[in-house]
Design a binder for this molecule. Structure first.
Ligand code: HEM
Ligand code: MG
Length: 234
């Protein structure tokens, strides 16, 4: 069918975002990963994930467009421009300073993968703990890692994305096996029982989730080089 998962071709553009890569692998976004306008991105995110084009979602899409020199469209790989949305201490990719900030890395992903031991789900508490642990681990191998309020905010939003889209936006609980398939294969775990959120993901339920994750992070302070924590243009 139109939305069957297909592995990308070597010529297809893929980037550091497992969410958008997954939408391209299922044909909600162009499978070649290129010529993505804000409208195309927001429609695909709604169709594939039931995320409404609420203010935060529109803003992330617009910031994504700043990574390209094009006037109205981007390719998925362009999103890897370090310092616009792409940041250090990711959940599933290395830091740019260490090497590859685009492709899935199982060693990096082990922290999330092994979190919340003893149960078969992740939740807001484990997500917050993983965000803190990734910073600690990463600071040992990249002493220059950039960790301003911008990275802190973006990282919490990304954790809320995997909990809500792959799990449940109301409870913030996501099955471990679904999350593993999503990150490592960039595939929707449909055969395994996943389905698109029944509840539209919007400003209200999503900001509850980011708030809960943020509140569970008790010891965060900015670290790394002093940089202007806002936007880097292509
Ligand atoms: C990470 C862009 C929508 C899930 C990222 C990153 C970028 C990005 C540049 C890399 C950050 C980093 O880890 O260094 C975008 C843009 C979007 C979008 C421009 C909208 C137009 C989504 C959606 C989801 C999602 C709808 C829902 C599942 C994630 C997750 C990460 C991420 C879970 C963290 C990956 C990691 O830490 O390894 N996104 N994204 N994104 N994105 Fe997206
Ligand atoms: Mg990164």
């Amino acid at each position: 069918s139109a939305h069957q998962w297909q592995a990308p071709l070597p010529t297809d553009s893929r980037g550091p975002c497992p969410g958008l890569n997954t939408l391209a692998n299922h044909g909600f976004l162009p499978r070649n990963g290129s010529n993505i306008t804000i409208a195309i991105a927001l429609d695909a995110i709604h169709e594939g994930f039931n995320i409404k084009p609420f203010t935060l979602m529109r803003t992330i899409a617009k910031v994504g467009l700043l990574t390209t020199d094009n006037t109205d469209n981007f390719a998925l790989e362009e999103l890897a421009l370090h310092g616009t949305l792409e940041h250090d201490a990711s959940l599933s990719r290395n830091d740019l300073a260490i090497g590859d900030n685009i492709h899935f890395n199982a060693t990096v992903f082990a922290t999330l993968n092994n979190s919340n031991p003893g149960v078969d789900y992740y939740n807001t508490t484990s997500a917050a703990q993983v965000l803190q642990q990734r910073l600690v681990e990463d600071s040992l191998i990249n002493p220059n890692l950039t960790n301003t309020i911008k990275e802190f905010t973006v990282r919490i939003v990304e954790s809320a994305f995997y909990l809500s889209v792959i799990g449940n936006v109301t409870t913030g609980v996501a099955p471990k096996n679904f999350i593993q398939i999503f990150f490592s294969q960039e595939r929707l775990p449909l055969e395994e029982g996943w389905h698109r959120s029944d509840v539209p993901i919007d400003d209200d339920n999503f900001s509850n989730l980011t708030g809960t994750i943020g509140d569970a992070i008790t010891e965060w302070a900015p670290s790394g080089p002093i940089v202007c924590p806002w936007i880097r243009l292509q």
